[in-house]
Design a protein around this ligand. Sequence first.
Ligand SMILES: [Zn+2]
Length: 54
Amino acid sequence: MTKEKIAKKKESKEKGITFQCKFCEKFKALEEMILLTRFSPPLVACRACEKRMS
Ligand SMILES: [Zn+2]
């Protein structure tokens, strides 16, 4: 009898790519992020922060 070792892949809790908002410092999904081109260089902000600023 042979024992097969099953390699367990570690899955991170966070699925997909997340970005950190420069303003509230929270990690959000890519679709929650908005590039603010009115800044130079452009800043990445989440929707909540973008709303707050507009
Ligand atoms: Zn934010």
